[in-house]
Design a protein around this ligand. Structure first.
Ligand SMILES: *[C@@H]1O[C@H](CO)[C@@H](O)[C@H](O)[C@H]1NC(C)=O
Ligand SMILES: *[C@@H]1O[C@H](CO)[C@@H](O)[C@H](O)[C@H]1NC(C)=O
Length: 520
């Protein structure tokens, strides 16, 4: 049997590669019947997320079996004789296959009902797609009577990390906002806006790391106070956004004695992308009076959670430090405590009206004065489809919570917490000064609290979404205790979740393990 010999002519700038059949047909003198000719059709371009499975649709028209044909898939950049996939003699010939595709390719279905090879569907299924896989592929099919080919472009996308915003205060009430986002493919688009209009960045620059992923960096000068957003995204996907609300710095004297010479200003960063959306919250300080020294030396040790140097613990790292936390029942009539479950006493008369104040705060035990600790609080009420919307979760250094509705629960007064604003579906809040609001896509069902006492950080996680909500730089002195507040006008419960049994394996989601434990 004469094997068809094939050469390729690539027509520059053309989408198609043409193959000329120089060999002899296997049955000399036998003209191919019209029914045995075919055209190779493709659907192009194809876009796939890195790590996913790509189907490059390629099929014969009219529909006919390709089982006895030779099917060859090649990457445009590769030598013709190192195919991605070669099927001939009714089997796969892997002898010359390009090594990087070994074990990752097979025939796929252009659609579920296509009928596969028998019906002329020779689509390429490529698993665990890598950045290097991007480019043009050629689908080539030959029978003893006919041959044809067509090309498909495959673009491989990787959604990068949520942008990280940072801000540096300039002298003239201007703020230099920087936006940085890593891990994209191909190059992402970046845009800035304030609450009303697009902002023109002073600079946008890209860099590419050795693994082929792009980073983008940009900065823009804005006036303070304002709300600024930086969006980074690929053409075909919803962008990831970080938003920052620049508050007014508090007056200097309020900070004196605590961190004199520094102005703290809270910054809100928001990343909006459902599951992946990590929320970055950074706390920046500006040295307001460089002439002050002495005491300032210690203040230099205040945590500065900056994008360049600081990364939060991942949810699975944090949950390695899972603690069993108990509620301390002081007989507060405004609160109902049953074991690890806490709710407001709906029959109580609240002296603080609708406001959520310290009067309903419950502290937990044990207290912590070193090390790392993690606990989880469920905000779902058992057996009812009710998500708690009014709550505070954090830590306090108060052994006894002041029974005073006018006591300000600020960082300065030893309160560090994340809270949920019941009337705003998409807003969480940090008790910074000025206050910091975070916009989230949905409120967490379970909040993970990670206290890194020694590094003076308090981080919060959305347990179900496995993402970071935000972190506070916290200047702890002495012992701190878990803090809970079931809020107001919200019959839902807060439940401190016990440490899952067999906490050795950190790869399993704690909540899943917990449910298992309860079933057992
Ligand atoms: C794809 O990647 C996953 C996880 O990295 C691995 O378990 C699997 O074996 C890979 N599949 C192929 C076909 O390489
Ligand atoms: C703003 O910050 C960037 C670094 O993020 C820096 O390169 C740039 O020079 C700064 N611009 C001004 C005007 O300070």
């Amino acid at each position: 049997m004469g094997k068809p010999r094939v050469t390729i002519a690539a027509l520059a700038g053309n989408r198609m590669i043409y193959f000329w059949f120089l060999g002899l047909l296997s049955s000399p003198g036998c003209a191919a019947p019209v029914s045995e000719t075919f055209t190779v059709s493709v659907k192009s371009p194809v876009s796939v997320q890195r790590g996913q499975t790509a189907i490059l649709p390629c099929w014969l028209t009219p529909s006919q079996s390709a089982e006895d044909m030779e099917v060859r898939w090649n990457h445009w950049n590769d030598e013709f004789d190192t195919p991605v996939l070669l099927y001939k003699g009714r089997t796969f010939d892997n002898s010359s296959q390009k090594a990087s595709y070994a074990g990752r390719v097979s025939f796929g279905l252009k659609e579920e009902t296509s009928g596969g090879l028998k019906a002329g569907d020779v689509s390429l299924k490529l698993e665990n797609v890598t950045i290097e896989d991007a480019g043009k592929y050629i689908c080539y099919v030959s029978s003893s009577e006919d041959y044809d080919s067509a090309s498909i472009s495959l673009s491989v996308t990787e959604t990068g990390r949520s942008p990280l915003l940072s801000a540096v205060m300039k002298d003239d009430n201007k703020v230099n906002m920087s936006c940085q986002s890593d891990g994209w493919h191909p190059k992402p688009e970046l845009s800035w806006s304030d609450s009303k209009k697009a902002l023109i960045p002073a600079n946008v620059s890209f860099s590419k790391n050795s693994a082929g992923f792009y980073s983008v960096h940009s900065w823009v000068l804005v006036s303070s106070p304002s709300e600024v957003s930086c969006s980074v995204g690929l053409f075909n996907e919803a962008p990831k956004e970080a938003r920052m609300h620049l508050g007014n710095p508090p007056p200097l004297q309020e900070e004196s004695g605590f961190s004199a010479g520094w102005v703290a200003f809270g910054i809100l960063l928001v990343a909006v992308l459902a599951a992946l959306g990590a929320l970055y919250f950074l706390y920046f300080r500006k040295k307001a009076n460089k002439s002050k020294s002495g005491n300032d030396a210690t203040d230099d040790n205040e945590p500065l959670l900056s994008a360049a140097t600081w990364k939060p613990a991942t949810p699975s790292e944090a949950s390695k430090y899972y603690e069993n936390v108990q509620l301390v029942d002081t007989g507060n009539p405004l609160i109902t405590i049953q074991g690890s479950i806490l709710r407001e006493n709906i029959n109580a008369k609240f002296p603080d009206g609708d406001r959520v104040t310290c009067l309903t705060v419950v502290r937990g035990s044990p207290g912590f004065s070193s090390g790392r600790h993690y606990w989880e609080v469920s905000l779902e009420t058992a057996n009812i489809d009710l998500l708690k919307t009014s709550w505070w979760i954090g830590v306090t250094d108060k052994h006894e919570i002041p029974h005073d509705d006018s006591f300000p629960p600020t960082k300065k007064n030893g309160f560090w917490f994340l809270s949920s604003c019941p009337k705003q579906e998409d807003t969480l809040h940090f008790n910074t000064e000025p206050e910091t609001f975070i916009h989230v896509q949905s409120k967490p069902k379970t909040v993970g609290v990670y206290l890194d006492f020694d590094n003076r950080e308090l981080s919060f996680y959305n347990v179900e979404e496995k993402c970071w909500i935000g972190s506070l730089a916290a200047k702890f002195t002495g012992e701190v205790f878990p803090l809970f507040n079931p809020g107001k006008g919200d019959p839902g419960t807060m439940k401190i979740l016990p440490r899952p049994a067999q906490d050795q394996s950190n790869n399993t989601e704690p909540v899943a393990k917990l449910q298992k434990e309860q079933e057992d």
